[in-house]
Every structure is written in structure tokens, then in C-alpha cells.
Design a protein around this ligand. Sequence first.
Ligand code: UFG
Length: 337
Amino acid sequence: MKNVLVVGGAGYIGSHTVFELIENDFSVVVVDDLSTGFEKAIHKDAKFYKGNIKDEEFLNEIFKKEKIDGVIHFAAFSQVGESVLNPLKYYENNVYGTMCLLKSMIKNNVNNIVFSSTAAVYGEPKKVPIEETDEKSPTNCYGETKLAIENMLKWFNNAYGLNHVCFRYFNAAGAHKSGLIGEAHSFETHLIPLVLKVALKQKDYISIFGTDYNTKDKTAVRDYVHVQDLATAHIKALEYLINGGKSDVFNLGSGIPCSVREIINAAKEVTGLNIPVKEEKRREGDPSILTASFLKAKKVLNWEPKHKNIKEIIESAYLWHKNNPEGYVVKAMSINY
Ligand code: UFG
């Protein structure tokens, strides 16, 4: 049985990947400092160490104790707005933290890592769908730190033989089919959870940021990809690396363009509830359209998103939000996996 270290395994995409790994008979060790993740999101069959990746001694201990075949790295701060206001926090945690993790991996002869990057590395695209070779020009510090890590991985591969797969996620959405884990942030900025909060009367209205974009209905267009499809991609990447695949970078998206209004309308249909909207000005730094070409991941990793319908994605998110209106904070879950 392969033993995988999931760093940031208590977060949104991390916790779903841990579930998927365990369902696929991997043995899982989770490291998370719980600064943004939740202990209740960690699968009970995973071994959990609470700590920060900047703590090299802590990591060295774990690598010595556990026989790790590969690492999946989700531990990062990911608030775009915050990253612009507090870049030091982002460089320190994301870039320096990853450097410590990689240093410890090299020291302990662990050579395979799957890294969470982002579509934010592209900035405002010149064309869509975006391909991996397109220009990288981040418009915020978050994307900049992820690009710096991608480059660090390239040089570490060259010098130390550390193999990597970088995934540039587009808009992660949805929740585990069980409804037991889902998206929960202490400060929520993402469209789908906010729309569902409005439906559930936890919020009065949803702001539409920008109704003057050059798009089909004048609102911004994104590529929403189901979190379980992202989780599956990580397993394929890990197997690819363990079987000697060469280091590479892939987009992960559904390839389906979806506007803000389309999300709101789909959520109305799924919930059958009223969702009042308020039209507001554009949010600073938001590109008008971001959609992915995932053909490379399909060709090389044999990965394809299974959830291609936005209503299906919203349905899974709704199940989670309905059952856990306060996220992980109030409701203690007694999970029977
Ligand atoms: N939006 C609204 N109202 C809201 C919230 C969002 O209209 O209340 C709009 C945004 O302006 C944007 C779209 O909905 O046009 C999606 O916004 P999200 O905040 O859900 O997601 P982003 O596209 O801004 O961010 C995502 C990831 C980031 C990543 C970024 C790359 O969540 O981690 O894509 O551009 F950095």
C-alpha cells in the first residue's frame, strides 16, 4: 500500500483528496496547522500531525517515522485580496513554507510531489480556453507566489531530481457526495458558497460584481470544476510520478464557461429558493473570462472531469451547506464513513 503525505489535508481541496485516497486504498498521513483548515474535515482513517511546514524539524521527524512514497501539497494561503494587502504573509507561508517542505523531502529522499497551483498564474488571459503554455502574468500576489513555487519546483527537479506535477486549478466548487465535507472558509469570498448562503437566508442578497463585462450576459465568466474531479486528478498524478512520469504542469478545469448570472439561476433551480441580487461595480483585479483547456491532463494523465453540469456541482455544494450551515464550526460531526 502506498503511503502519501497530504500537507494541508484539513482544507477544502485537501480534505476531499484525502477521502479519495483512502477510498482508493492509499495509506494517508495528514499535516496541517489548522490555520485555515478544520480537524473535523480530516478522514478518521488518516494519521494526523498538527504543525506547520516551516518547521523543518517537525517535517524531518515525520519523514523519518513514516515511509512516504509521495507528497501532495495544498498548504497555502489563498485569499487573493488579502495577498495584495499583506504580501509578506503570502511569501512567507506559501514560498518559504514550500521551500522548507522541499528541503525536508530532499533530505529524506522523498522524490515525488503534486503541487496545488492556480489559474491565477495566468492573470488576464489573451485568449480562452487557456493552455498551459500561454503567458503567465499574475495580477495579484497570491498568483505570483504560486508561480514562484512552480519555478522553484522546475529548478529543484533539474538540480535534485525532485519530481513534480503542478495543477493549475480553475474555480474549485462542489462538495463530497456524502455531504460530510465541503467548502468552509472563515471569511467566505467565493461565489457559489455565498449564493447558497443567500438561498439559505444567512445573507440578504448576492452582489454581482460587474455587469459591464464583454461576455454573453455582461457578467464575469469562470470555469467551475468539481472538487471530487480535482481529487481524482491528484491520485492520477501521484501514480504517474511513482511510475516514473516526468515532471509537468497541467490545467484542471471543466472547460465549461459559466457566468455569474448563470450560477445564480442554476442555484435558484437547484434549491427552489429565492436569491435576491444586487448589481455592483467590478471587483478589482477580476479577469472577465477564465476557462481552461484540460486537454493536456486528458492526454498525459488520462484525466477528465466527470461533473460537467453546473447544476450537479451546485447540488453537491447545496447538500453540504444545507446540512452544515455553520460549516465545521458549530456542528460537531459524528461521521460514519
Ligand atoms: N463574484 C460575484 N459576487 C460575489 C463573489 C464573486 O459576482 O459575491 C464573482 C467574481 O467577481 C468572479 C466570480 O464571481 O467574477 C467568481 O468569483 P470567486 O471569488 O468565486 O472566484 P475567483 O474566480 O475570483 O477566484 C478563483 C479561485 C482563486 C484563484 C482565482 C484565479 O478561487 O483561488 O480563481 O483567478 F486565484
